[in-house]
Design a protein around this ligand. Sequence first.
Ligand code: AMP
Length: 542
Amino acid sequence: MMMNVPFRVTSMLEHAEWYFAKKEVTSRTMSGIRKFSYREIGERTRRLSSALKRLGVQKGERVGTLAWNHHRHLEAYFAIPGVEAVLHTINIRLSPQHIAYIINHADDQILFVDQDILPLVEALKDHIPNVKAFILMTDEDELPQSPLQPLYHYEKLLETGDPAYEFPQNVDENDPVGMCYTSATTGNPKGVTYTHRSTVLHSMSLGLADGGSVSESDVLMPVVPMFHVNAWGLPYAATWFGSKQVMPGPRFTPQLLAELIEMEKVTFAAGVPTIWMGLLQELEQNSYDTSSIRAVICGGSAAPKGMIKTFEEKHNIPFMHAYGMTETSPLVIATRLKTYQSDLDDEAKLDYKAKQGYVVQGVEMKVIGANGEVKWDGHEMGELLLRSNWIADEYYNDDRTEGTFNDGWLHTGDVVTVDEEGFVKIVDRTKDLIKSGGEWISSVDLENAIMAFPDVFEASVIAVPHPEWQERPLACVVLKPEAKGKVPKEDIVEFLRPQFAKWWIPDDIVFMDEIPKTSVGKFLKRTLRDQLKDHYMTTAKS
Ligand code: AMP
């Protein structure tokens, strides 16, 4: 028999304090950029844990954060589990109603709030009666006037804390340490609770050489917000492995990201496609030294092929496409070409890179189509089912658990194909597939093709009701600023024709200034569908 040492989130910070005490965290806050060593981060975190204890935070209680990516948020990532409470990172881009809902649903007792997010929380004051105290993460010396009471000053609270506070060692690895809510297509957001065990195992998977391969030699910049699936778990992994971290802070711009990459010599950066689109535009306009980057990792929505190609061929930046969900911690699938695939021509390699990839070690999948498990032929479509030690097996106090978590598998709601190499390609959300005359059309495939048209900035394809075919694809397109008003619809249609069967070609193209997006940058197809549901009636009349 072997030892059974409980996995513990705070052990990851202890490791950094012991072995990587001199390594740095670069943090951008409202007042500028500052640097902290892991020794300092460790000491400040211990102070914060001890102050939270003194404020009366109890084991299992939820403590919320409404904050950007910076050192104080990193400290809260460890200090809250450090008193056996549960870190609830709140997505500040949700609607105020949804933010109030999740604060109440999680029953948050204390809220950490960034200075610029304070007005948002003040406006919610009367709707979150159970919150007992607020802690302002501010660079200012004094607290502002606020109706939120009691309101504590983060730095002054740290001064009252004990730098030698000991994190509890005998924890149950299955105790909760974190919570995130994910937006539902309809209704309120759904909560997922992470444990010590799931968090440590997921962090370990981020360090696998054939996974994220996060290591001590990395300079890691999580651009993905710390309120979106814990910045994909990267702050935990980076701390444990002793990587230098670069935290871009509040309301950053593509220019700032490019400057940070150059100044801090970032090796690995993580974000959603809209972030990378913005960075590409910046790199087109101004020149930066990006040679330090070993990879950018991109997930959350499908990365268009044209974008991957530009990153790799024009800027020499390797691009890693990955897939995950709030329910999956999130990293479960990533593209890594196999050694023998290096013989493929560039176009074939790009095809693989544009797929989401194959499951990381420790994750199992099956894909269920109309007739059971689908063939791995790259064509047959089915729903992706996943299981792993870092995948949730329920939603927090929510009857929507039923239907999503069945027979020990997470039913992702994503429709995929799998090829002979095991590479998964997300074809659509089950709800976004377009059913034309009884046959399925993938909106994602069409979007990717349209986004490869040189004048197109972004595109979203939706199903609109059709009198004869039930549904037909309609393309919503945003042109690049310099091309606005100059591109006829027919040019885009002609561009698509050789690539798809005739019946896949969108019936019409609607030019827009902007595509509505969710709080985490995904196309809000529901809104588009609502706006354009009468498209055929309108076009028939006109
Ligand atoms: P969230 O819980 O907000 O992270 O959303 C998870 C959903 O995002 C998944 O179920 C997918 O529909 C979508 N998603 C995540 N990563 C990708 C990707 N690389 N390509 C396409 N869709 C993705």
